[in-house]
Design a protein around this ligand. Structure first.
Ligand SMILES: [Zn+2]
Ligand SMILES: [Zn+2]
Length: 155
């Protein structure tokens, strides 16, 4: 009876120690994050204006970034204005020129702020763009992603 009680207390202590250690780690992590945010506050990806969270866009830059949605070309991902989005659609360019890939998707139009983001990534050493850009691409490509498929970025 006593041995069982001791063993139970020991297990409880280990569990409590793990919980306390976990809380300290979380508090330390939160403190470090707060300190980093004070030293390096989150800034807009394109204009460096202060924003609420990391890897975001400020209001004017968000407005000037045209994210693609609705009916799109299944080959290159450009928006197809005037189409309902039902079935497999292709733009005039992809109908004229056969693409060497099966499906393509695009997250933003290559103009205005979308162009600035892409150029910053390609030529401006803006590695901070990789995270948000990959999230945007994953969101627009989720309907064509399959296990073991080859994904190639076409900047
Ligand atoms: Zn901005
Ligand atoms: Zn197309």
């Amino acid at each position: 009876m006593t041995r069982g009680h001791v063993a139970e207390a020991k297990i409880w202590n280990q569990s409590e120690a793990l919980v306390i250690s976990y809380r300290v780690d979380r508090m330390l992590s939160a403190t470090i994050q707060t300190a980093l945010a004070m030293i390096y506050p989150p800034r807009c990806l394109t204009c460096s204006y202060l924003v609420d969270s990391d890897f975001g866009l400020c209001g004017p830059c968000w407005r000037d970034t045209q994210f693609i949605g609705g009916a799109i070309c299944d080959s290159c991902g450009v928006p197809l204005i005037g189409h309902s989005g039902d079935g497999e659609l292709h733009c005039d360019d992809c109908l004229r020129t056969q693409r060497p890939w099966v499906n393509g998707r695009s997250a933003v139009l290559y103009k205005d702020n979308g162009r600035r983001i892409v150029l910053g990534l390609k030529y401006g050493d803006r590695h901070d763009v990789v995270g948000p850009a990959s999230m945007w691409m994953a969101a627009v490509a989720r309907d064509i992603l399959k296990p073991n498929m080859l994904v190639v970025p076409v900047p």
